[in-house]
Design a protein. Structure first.
Length: 469
């Protein structure tokens, strides 16, 4: 029945041109912006959520990680759904779901309800990312126009990172933490109206069956690992539930590897892709990049407000040295990568991020020297992010065959979000085990900084240098 309906719908869709209206690109980018904004806007609202709902550190970790767990685990499956059922349809469903769940999240009165809603929001977010890219690819038929459109779409990453802490802080101080979810409702509505009116139908591809075993085992492995890391300090590392979670993680990981090796073309993540050194390096470095970025945002958001006494808005302002470079420097990075390849920009980015974190570690008071170290450290970290992440995308793209480019991009995004979940969980453990917030922040910055320098080693030895002409 759907086969008959599709041509009729295509016949009444807006006529396609080689260069669609900029309004369409704005509408599609708004959906992507909303997804990324939700990753960072929560950070400065965590103390307010803790006070209102009466939750501790582990509860705040779940509020942050609930979103990234499902988002990371379902990105590749969302790409499969977009190909199978059409990017436009999946994007619209994702928008409606994201907008509705955001509105409901603002009404949550318990930690359990908020975490469940965050998990569901991650699912909706996973639908939006690959589907929006699929619609852009289909709408822009001219290769040059398509490249510019994808570049503008990707640049939203920096804008969302820059806006998240500042907007979140302003809304939390002026309206309350629930407003950080309500802001998604009008964004989703505007994007929905534009997409319905202007987005062309996207072709449906014949894809082999969904890799259900691989998908379920990936979700279970990531969820169990994050559970063990978050709950370990409170329940005891030798407790039955925590030990059981580690065992489940190991078993699910083995099941995933076996399932992917047997699934062939239906594999969610074909293991043959890891034969490429560049692909493996890009995924490993991407995981470590978001480990440091999300972990640092989580730790410093609490530190600024609990140890230095900043308001939510002031905490958002304090992150400007980190977030502003990500709004403009990726344009330069893209040109640089085009000239010299991804290796040196990515390596430089990781070194800057690592040093930016380590520079702040000795200064966890509120002296003038400590404030200077914070500004300089965050500035170095921000420039590091803006060098490393675009270079990793280019490194991944140059390391996989054209027919696997979509899976490669999804895998890199998944690896980054897995890293985000682990960064919040692991650095949260360090905070939980420390006597004071300042001590925990100091050691978390050291661990994060060393981890990022490891990322520099992986990028420097695994990514390609200057692309051959």
């Amino acid at each position: 029945m759907s086969t008959q309906a599709e041509p009729q719908r295509a016949s009444v869709a807006p006529a396609r041109t080689d260069k669609p209206s900029r309004t369409l690109l704005i509408g599609l980018s708004l959906g992507y912006f909303m997804v990324l904004l939700d990753m960072t806007i929560v950070s400065v609202a965590l103390p307010a959520i803790s006070s209102d709902l009466g939750v501790g550190l582990s509860g705040l970790q779940w509020v942050t990680n609930g979103y990234t767990i499902t988002f990371a685990a379902l990105l590749l499956t969302a790409g499969w759904l977009s190909d199978r059922y059409g990017g436009r349809r999946i994007f619209l469903w994702g928008l409606v779901t994201f907008g509705v769940l955001s509105g409901v999240s603002a009404a949550a009165t318990t930690l359990e309800a908020l975490v469940v809603l965050r998990l569901a929001l991650g699912v909706a977010g996973a639908l939006l990312l690959p589907a929006s890219l699929a619609v852009i690819t289909n709408a822009y038929t001219d290769p040059a126009d398509r490249a510019r459109a994808v570049g503008n779409w990707a640049a939203i990453t920096g804008a969302a990172l820059a806006a998240g802490p500042l907007v979140g802080g302003a809304l939390t101080d002026s309206v309350g933490w629930r407003a950080i979810f309500l802001i998604n409702v009008p964004l989703a509505l505007v994007s929905l109206v534009i997409t319905v009116r202007m987005a062309p139908e996207t072709a449906r591809k014949q894809r082999s069956g969904l890799d259900v075993t691989g998908q379920l085992s990936a979700v279970i492995a990531l969820g169990a690992l994050v559970y063990a890391l978050i709950e370990g300090p409170d329940k005891g590392w030798g407790g039955g539930l925590v030990v059981g979670a580690f065992v489940v993680t190991a078993v699910a990981a083995v099941v995933f590897l076996v399932a992917e090796s047997k699934a062939g073309d239906a594999a969610m993540l074909p293991l043959r892709m890891f034969r490429s050194r560049g692909f493996s390096a890009a995924l490993g470095a991407g995981l470590l990049a978001n480990f440091g970025l999300s972990g640092l945002l989580f730790v410093l958001s609490l530190y600024f407000q609990e140890s230095r006494g900043y308001s939510s808005f002031s905490a958002g302002l304090a992150f400007l040295p980190l977030t502003l470079p990500t709004a403009f420097n990726p344009i330069y990075t893209g040109r640089l990568v085009g000239r010299i390849g991804p290796r040196r920009p990515a390596t430089t980015g990781f070194v800057l991020m690592g040093l930016g974190a380590l520079l702040q570690a000795p200064f966890t008071d509120d002296s003038a020297l400590a404030l200077t170290a914070t500004v300089v450290g965050l500035l170095a970290f921000g420039f590091g992010v803006s060098f490393a992440l675009p270079a990793l995308v280019a490194g991944m793209a140059s390391s996989v065959p054209t027919e696997l480019a979509g899976i490669g991009a999804g895998a890199l995004n998944s690896a980054r979000q897995v890293g985000a979940s682990l960064g919040v969980a692991v650095l949260g453990v360090i905070l939980n085990l420390s006597a004071t917030n300042a001590d925990g922040t100091r050691w978390a910055l050291v661990v994060g900084g060393v981890t990022l320098l490891l990322g520099a080693l992986i990028a420097g030895t695994g990514l390609r240098g200057r692309s051959p002409n």
